[in-house]
Design a protein around this ligand. Structure first.
Ligand SMILES: Nc1nc2c(c(=O)[nH]1)N[C@H]1C(S)=C(S)[C@@H](COP(=O)(O)OP(=O)(O)OC[C@H]3O[C@@H](n4cnc5c(N)ncnc54)[C@H](O)[C@@H]3O)O[C@H]1N2
Ligand code: MOO
Length: 430
């Protein structure tokens, strides 16, 4: 539990709980399918109809009766062509004994037909705009013409009322394609939060600007917006805010009026210009402190009032690796839960440590790491770049974060630890 009267600093789990409790689940809404990519479905969705919607042809060819197309290798009897069905039109004749109907891929199977022979098996001209008067099919060696050949049956993909998406699953391109095929133009989803990301620090200038002495390029805001985009949330980046309390107060107020969540970076430690902490600590509902984790120790979390609405604010430490680790451990799962998603956590792989290293007593150390697949089965993991929370390049090169428990002071080669995968394991498996 998060408990300000506790002995010792809050743990990673405590802070995760605190952040999770601040972000309420967002209400469901009906959304146009075209805009729903990345949203989680708000209710279990059943197919409203069968798919395929009707029996249709899998091939460009001729709809026939099996009895008329027997024998392998030898030409079958000549069949009178009594119709022509393109995809998108309905049959206007039935296939009687001794007849066939030309048919295109996706067109409905006419009454009387119980198989389709591809045009390649026939003596009909291919790609001709009009159907021939008659046709003869020759069944290739090794093929048996049985009822249903090259017919895609109604309901073979999914039957009406069968579940196609569970509540909480995310709409990806494939799910959207499937819902469109079922005829859904709108889909019930959990609303996604409006997020404002605010990078604070007088030293920050936008990438691409000319640097004056002491200035650096703003990277945390860019990284956070990208991290939100990776979980389907279009966050708004507010230009780097200087360490001026009045300016920050004004910008926070404006952001709160339009946001479901505000995320700040920087200004939460013990410095003379730690403006985020100075401005927000005066309001009710904010907590600031150090959690037992490195990087990412100093944190702030709470709500601010926006015309009677309590808007959650999460304040992340400014060191770039600390910002990212805080997003990963606290914001990512809480925001995914807020948007109704059921897949809150990244894939975890247990890996064997390749080289030993020291860890910090009393703090969960979040180590940047590279996990590699090994032929013998157990993947190996190597620490990357040291513990410094300014070492952003090693973070960018890592494919995993490896939490080392707070009671561990030394990790030995050969120890096995869980690694939280940030990207795909070299070799392809997740
Ligand atoms: N006396 C103490 N000093 C510090 C403590 C402490 O407990 N006592 N904690 C250290 C730890 S741990 C961290 S983490 C940082 C957190 O500091 P702040 O959140 O106040 O962050 P800043 O001071 O604003 O910045 C820290 C560092 O990161 C750079 N930065 C900040 N924002 C950005 C950005 N948007 N893009 C790129 N780089 C950024 C900034 O220039 C600083 O170098 O405090 C330690 N100090
Ligand atoms: O904990 Mo700070 O986040 O080391 O860099």
């Amino acid at each position: 539990m998060t408990d300000d009267n506790r002995v010792g600093p809050p743990s990673v789990a405590d802070h995760r709980e605190r952040v999770g409790a601040l972000l309420p689940a967002l209400a469901p809404e009906l959304m146009q399918l075209t805009g729903a990519l990345g949203s989680a479905v708000a209710e279990t969705i059943a197919a409203g109809r069968d798919l395929p919607i009707f029996d249709n042809s899998q091939m460009d060819g001729f709809a026939v009766r099996v009895a008329d197309v027997t024998g392998v290798g030898a030409p079958g009897s000549r069949l009178t062509v009594v119709g022509d069905i393109a995809a998108g039109s309905a049959p206007d004749a039935a296939v009687e004994p001794g007849t066939a109907i030309r048919i295109m891929t996706g067109a409905p199977i006419p009454d009387g037909a119980d198989a389709v022979v591809p045009v390649e098996w026939t003596d009909a001209p291919r790609g001709s705009s009009s159907a021939p008067d008659d046709v003869r099919a020759t069944v290739p060696d090794g093929t048996t013409v049985t009822p249903g050949l090259y017919i895609r049956s109604v309901g073979a993909d999914v039957r009406a009322d069968e579940t196609v998406l569970e509540r909480g699953s995310v709409l990806d391109a494939r799910a959207i394609g499937m819902l469109a095929a079922l005829g859904y133009d709108r889909v019930p989803v959990f609303r996604r939060p409006r997020v404002v990301v605010m990078a604070t620090g007088t030293e920050l200038v936008a990438p691409g600007s000319r640097l004056e002495p002491g200035q650096i390029f703003e990277s945390n805001g860019q990284m956070l917006v990208a991290a939100f985009a990776e979980i389907g949330i279009d966050a708004e980046l507010v230009a780097a805010v200087s360490d001026d309390a009045d300016e920050l107060r004004r910008i926070l107020g404006q952001a709160a009026s339009r946001a479901d969540l505000i995320v700040t970076s920087g200004g939460v430690s013990a410095g003379a210009y730690d403006v985020v902490k100075d401005v927000l600590r005066r309001g009710d509902g904010m907590w600031f402190g150090h959690i037992a984790m490195q990087p990412g120790g100093p944190q702030g979390a709470g709500t601010i009032d926006a015309a009677g609405r309590a808007v959650p604010v999460l304040c992340l430490p400014g060191n770039p690796v600390s910002t990212f680790v805080s997003f990963e451990l606290f914001i990512r799962p809480a925001v995914l839960a807020m948007t109704g998603r059921s897949d809150l956590d990244r894939a975890v792989i247990r890996a064997r440590v390749a080289e030993g290293f020291d860890s910090v007593r009393g703090k969960t150390q979040i180590v940047r790491a590279v996990v590699r697949a090994e032929p013998d089965g157990v993947p190996t993991v190597s620490m990357l770049g040291g513990h410094g929370s300014h070492l952003l390049t090693s973070l960018a090169r890592a494919n995993a974060l490896m939490p080392v428990p707070a009671d561990t002071v030394r990790v030995e080669a050969g120890d096995e630890l869980d690694c939280v995968m940030l990207s795909t394991l070299p070799g392809g498996s997740k």
